[in-house]
Design a protein around this ligand. Sequence first.
Ligand SMILES: Cc1cc2nc3c(=O)[nH]c(=O)nc-3n(C[C@H](O)[C@H](O)[C@H](O)COP(=O)(O)OP(=O)(O)OC[C@H]3O[C@@H](n4cnc5c(N)ncnc54)[C@H](O)[C@@H]3O)c2cc1C
Length: 397
Amino acid sequence: MICIYWLRNDLRIHDNLALQAATHFDHLIILHEINKEEMGAYRKAFYLQSLQHLSDELVKLKQKIYFVHDIAESLNKIPKPKQVIASRSYNAWELKKEKLIEPPIKFFDQNTLYQEKELPFTIQKLPDTFSAFRRKIELQDKFSADPIKIDILPPESEHRLVSLPLPKIEQSNPNFLGGEKAGLARLQHYLWDTNKVDHYKETRNGMLEFDDSSKFSPWLALGCLSPNTIYRELKAYEEQVCKNESTYWLYFELLWRDYFKYLSLKYKEKLFEPGGIQNKNLSNIKEDSCLLEKIQSAKSGDDFIDANIKELLATGWMSNRGRQNVASFFCKELLLDWRLGANFFQKHLIDYDCESNWGNWAYLAGVGTDPRDRKFNTKKQAEIYDPDAAYRKKFLS
Ligand SMILES: Cc1cc2nc3c(=O)[nH]c(=O)nc-3n(C[C@H](O)[C@H](O)[C@H](O)COP(=O)(O)OP(=O)(O)OC[C@H]3O[C@@H](n4cnc5c(N)ncnc54)[C@H](O)[C@@H]3O)c2cc1C
C-alpha cells in the first residue's frame, strides 16, 4: 500500500510520529502544499529555509518532498490503494481543508505538549480561562515520549506528480535559520551550552538581548522543533543541572501555547469573528485606513509602539512585551479592528502561528479568554521595560 504523508506544520524528521508510521508501508510519497499566504520577507525566508532543510535531509533517506499547489488535486494523481497521513491541525481553516481530502486521513497528534487524549476534559469542556486550564493540566502526570529516530524510509511508487520549484529567498534574518537542525541547536544553546534558561523568568520580558527569551517559537510554529523534545530536554536539564522557577516558567509558557491550540479547536470560526468567543458587540471600532497605515508604518506617534513596529518590519521579530503593547494600543487606544492587527502580525512574524497569534490578539482585544479587559499604559510600560530608552534608540534612529 502507498502511504502519502501530507507535510504541514511538522517540518522535522526527529520526533515525528507520522513519519515513523510511514516506515511501515511499502511505498511513501511526501507532499507539501506551498503556503500561498502573503508573507513578509523574513517570515517567507524562514519558511522556505525550513522546507529546503527538510528536503535535503529527506534526500539522505532516499526520499523527497513534492511541493504542490493544491493538496486535494495532487492526491488524485496517485493511484490506489493509498493511505493519507498527516499531523492534526487546530484551526477552522485547516480543518476545512482536511474535509476535501479523499480518502480519509489518519492523523497524528504531535504538535502540542499535551496530546488531546492526555487532557483531563473533552475539548467542549475546555476551561474558558487559562488559569483553570493550567490548574487542571498540572495535576496530570506528563508523559514524555522517547526520541523517535528514523534511519530508513520506504521508496516512492509510480505517480504523475510534478514538484514545483521553491521560490528564491530574498531577505533573511541571520538570527533565525529555518529547519530542524537550527531549531535543535537553539534548544542546545539555551539550555545546555549557556544555561540561559536558569534566568528565564527574570529576563523573559527583556527586549534587547537575543537570549532574553528562548526564541523557540519560530521553530515550534513550523514544527521544526516539537514541544515534546523541548519538554524532554527541559526535564533532563532540571535533573542534571538546575531546577528552579525559571525552568518551570518555560513549561508554563508552553502551556499557553497548548491552551490557544485547544481553544481554537473548541471555538473554530468564532476565534476569527469581530466579537470573538465572547460574541461581544464592538460598536466603537473605527474603520480608519489612514490610522491603520500610520501604525503599520511605525508612525503612530508613540515611540515605544513605533520602535516595536520598526523591529518587526526590519527583522520579522517582536518580543512578547512588544506584542502585548502593540496589540493593546491598536485595539484600545486607536480603536482599530483587532483582526487587522492580527493580519498584520500574520504577514510579518517569523514565528506566525495561527492559534497563538489570533488567540493572543483576541485576548488583548477583550474578546478572547481574558476575564479582565485590560489596556496597557504604553508610557509606563516603556519606563519599566526600556528605562534608558536603549531599545527605542536602537530601532528609531
Ligand atoms: C498579539 C500577540 C501575538 C502573538 N503571536 C504569536 C504567534 O504568531 N506565534 C507565536 O508562537 N506566539 C505568538 N505570541 C505569543 C508570544 O509573544 C511568543 O510565543 C513569544 O514572544 C515567542 O518568543 P520566545 O520563543 O522567546 O518565547 P518564550 O518566552 O521563550 O516562551 C517559550 C515558548 O512558550 C510559548 N509562548 C510563550 N508565550 C506565549 C503566549 N503568550 N501565547 C502562546 N504561546 C506562548 C511559545 O511557544 C514560546 O516559544 C503572540 C503574543 C501576542 C501578545
